[in-house]
Design a protein. Structure first.
Length: 344
């Protein structure tokens, strides 16, 4: 595969941003097998955004890491290390199944094997102000309100940054909600004479509810598909009936394209897997129609040639086709279900 093809693969949907594309081109020209990493927080049942959309991009780039230590610091799973281990295995099994070429690295194993890690953490933290650290906490899905943040949580941003140096990474990858950390890395690493990685940020899949109004600081956190909002998320363990029911209730006003969650799933999930999709409807309602591009689908919806109910029914059908084999292979044990449910 030549460099042009590699760039096309890395930058296609759901990628939203590469910082910078010129650096990425240079990297591929000088290193045919750069090291890539995405850190994943262990916190709940996997859904369309956390496994499938993320997995699509991991499969494009092909290296992944599971940051179970970060989960502990972020107070997810009640800070219970036993629960974290159970759910970590669930995430590991899921990504091994969905991204068979990925290498799964637990955060605790990384820290135990690198004796200089904690010294590097202190050195990096010396370059961060408390104010900058607080602003970076939005990557944890939390507002930076001092009275609600404990000291342990302040370690999260510098730890994620030092992970990158410790693994000697060429490419770092995350959702757009974690962009702040990568920008922090690109600002501070040169001062420390550490290698500066290329940063890749993928789209954050929206939940099925009406978009929340949000400022630019919290837009990714406020409306993204979330493990804590079960009614607006499509989880990989949902039954066909549950998926159909959730899509029927989804926010999808006629002709409204902007921030439409059903159209988002069509673009980033369905068209990623299918080269053409078919809307099945009676002749009296226009008959069935086939779409071979998202752009054509969006255009017809915007022009009221495609009704929201027909769009929802069609997208639900294709999402079920994508999720069903995952649901059948990824078994939920009683211990795992209890570990996750007790945190909700």
């Amino acid at each position: 595969m030549d460099v042009t093809e590699k760039i096309k693969l890395v930058t296609k949907d759901p990628t939203e941003e590469v910082v910078t594309k010129e650096e990425l081109v240079n990297l591929f020209n000088t290193n045919p097998h750069p090291k890539h990493y995405i850190g994943l927080e262990i916190s709940g049942f996997l859904h369309l955004g956390s496994l499938i959309l993320t997995g699509f991009k991991v499969n494009d780039i092909i290296k992944a890491g599971v940051a179970d230590w970060h989960t502990y610091i972020n107070n997810k799973l009640g800070g219970d290390w036993g629960k974290i281990q159970v759910v970590s295995k669930y995430y590991s099994d899921a990504f091994k199944m969905f991204c068979p070429g990925a290498e799964i690295l637990g955060g605790s194993r990384l820290y135990e094997s690198k004796k200089g890690y904690w010294m590097d953490l202190v050195k990096f933290a010396k370059n961060m102000s408390l104010d900058r650290t607080m602003r970076s906490l939005t990557i944890m899905g939390r507002t930076a309100e001092k009275e609600k943040i404990d000291l342990g949580q302040l370690f999260y941003p510098p730890m994620q940054a030092v992970d990158i140096h410790t693994m000697d990474l060429d490419i770092v990858h995350a959702g757009m909600d974690q962009r702040k950390i990568h920008m922090l890395v690109r600002e501070i690493f040169p001062k420390m004479k550490w290698k500066v990685p290329v940063a890749i940020h993928h789209h954050m899949l929206a939940g099925l509810g009406e978009p929340e109004s949000a400022d630019s600081e919290s837009e990714f956190v406020s409306s993204k598909m979330s493990k804590s909002k079960s009614a607006s998320g499509i989880f990989v363990h949902d039954s066909d009936e549950e998926i159909n029911s959730k899509f029927k209730k989804a926010w999808c006003p006629e002709a409204i394209v902007e921030r439409n969650p059903v159209l988002e799933i069509a673009r980033y999930i369905v068209f990623h897997e299918f080269s053409e999709i078919i809307v099945e409807r009676p002749t009296k309602f226009g008959g069935s129609v086939t779409y071979t591009s998202y752009q054509d689908l969006e255009k017809d919806f915007a022009q009221k040639k495609l009704h929201p109910s027909d769009l929802k029914t069609m997208i639900a059908r294709y999402v079920i086709d994508i999720i069903k084999p995952i649901r059948e292979k990824l078994v939920l044990t009683e211990d795992l279900q209890e570990a996750i449910k007790k945190t909700n």
